[in-house]
Design a protein around this ligand. Structure first.
Ligand code: URA
Length: 405
């Protein structure tokens, strides 16, 4: 397709001139045949230009392709901002078993994403961190994504790549880090698929004039302990305050923050990150950011997690060989932490806290997880139990960061 054809189709579909049945036929053709790089870039650019376009060339953004318990935006971005690297971020809602930063922050009473470009600019200047949702950015992607969802054409590399990069390009940050997840709890189930997507995201971004880099990271078990909106806010706050935190969360938050600083050309990124956490500057930045977007910071002291708690016990003694992210994500979804159908109401206090990680020793009867919430509790408990694989022999800890592009 020529650039002119791509533009005509995308503009026509967004305005209603191209009907669903014609667009569905094109999406299915792309799903089956793929697209050339030039076509993918034209599609990305056209979708980016389909609505409002912000401009934050001095700012960073980061994108995660979605995981279970992935709260790294909440931890790494306040660190980067506290280190003098301004962040203007676009976030999304949860999709299936993968959580979304918007749903997590919405669990803080009063928190709002209703930011104009001007208000975002002021907040970036004053605090160094602002997060918006797509709103009127890249409306063509919103329309096409909804059609992909109903026609079984989501899972296509050029369509995923153009969808993600178009929204980021419309938000206008000049520096982007992609965190592409690989594993059972991610869209990309293996490292080769994840590398292909990471390379495409970086290439498309660079073609559109954005400095970009990518990490490929593990998503076979939940990240940290908490899975669910208020639960993840609580775990992030504890990490930023310097409280003891799960090792994988701590390592990944630091690595991502340091990579963001490196992308911006800031010297000595690792030590700069340590100082921002140790001094309390990162936590202070998080509090100011929450307050600036209308959130009640006093609520962070007693995060509104559900008071209905059910513990699940280990069925036998041994070593944890796997505590599968997909199963835990599914259990959290059933408890109400995500949406099974578009339009479902999320329970912000619902979710799962995993009390064991791969490699840990476990005794029969020991609590392995806590379930929060009132929906589908017995079914969720059964899925959590099925997600746990116990080995008689010791098991090593898996790596957190798999590859860096
Ligand atoms: N996330 C997006 O924004 N778009 C896709 O196509 C898939 C995941």
């Amino acid at each position: 397709m020529s650039e002119e054809t791509v533009r005509r189709v995308v503009e026509g579909y967004t305005s209603g001139a191209v009907p669903d049945y014609q667009m569905s036929a094109l999406l299915m053709a792309v799903f089956i045949r793929g697209m050339s790089y030039e076509e993918t870039l034209d599609l990305t650019r056209t979708m980016a230009e389909s609505g409002a376009q912000y401009s934050f060339p001095e700012c960073l953004d980061k994108h995660s392709t979605g995981g279970v318990g992935d709260k790294i935006s909440l931890t790494s971005l306040p660190i980067a901002a506290a280190c003098g690297a301004p962040v203007a971020k676009l976030s999304g809602r949860g999709l299936g078993t993968t959580g979304g930063t918007i749903d997590k922050l919405h669990s803080i009473p009063g928190f709002s994403f209703d930011l104009s470009e001007e208000r975002m600019r002021r907040q970036v200047k004053e605090i160094g961190l602002a997060i918006t949702e797509a709103g009127d950015l890249a409306p063509a992607d919103k329309a096409i994504y909804a059609l992909r969802d109903t026609t079984g054409t989501v899972d296509s590399l050029p369509l995923i790549g153009s969808s993600i990069v178009s929204k980021k390009a419309a938000t206008g940050a000049g520096y982007l880090l992609y965190d592409v997840k690989s594993g059972s709890g991610a869209f990309m189930k293996n490292a080769d698929e994840a590398r292909e997507l990471a390379e495409l995201l970086v290439r498309l971004s660079k073609s559109l004039g954005v400095e970009a880099t990518a990490l490929i990271t593990a998503m076979d078990e939940p990240l940290g302990s908490a899975v669910g909106n208020a639960l993840e806010i609580r775990e992030s706050v504890r990490f930023l305050r310097g409280d003891p935190s799960p090792a994988d969360l701590s390592e990944k938050s630091r690595t991502v923050a340091a990579r963001l600083l490196k992308l911006k050309g800031i010297n000595d990124p690792e030590n700069t990150v340590e100082r921002a956490i140790f001094s309390g500057a990162a936590y202070e930045t998080f509090l100011r950011f929450v307050s600036a977007q209308g959130g009640d910071v006093r609520a962070l002291e007693h995060t509104p997690v559900s008071s209905k708690v059910r513990e699940v016990a280990a069925p036998q003694t041994g070593y944890v060989a796997r505590f599968g992210a997909l199963g835990i994500g599914h259990a959290a979804l059933l408890l109400g932490a995500g949406r099974q159908q578009k339009g479902d109401k999320v329970d912000p206090g619902a979710g799962v806290e995993v009390l064991l990680k791969t490699g840990d020793k476990v005794e029969e009867g020991q609590p392995i997880a806590r379930l929060y919430g009132e929906r589908n509790v017995e079914k969720a408990a059964q899925i959590v139990l099925e997600s746990l694989e116990i080995s008689n022999a010791p098991v090593g800890r898996p790596p957190v960061i798999l590859r860096s592009l």
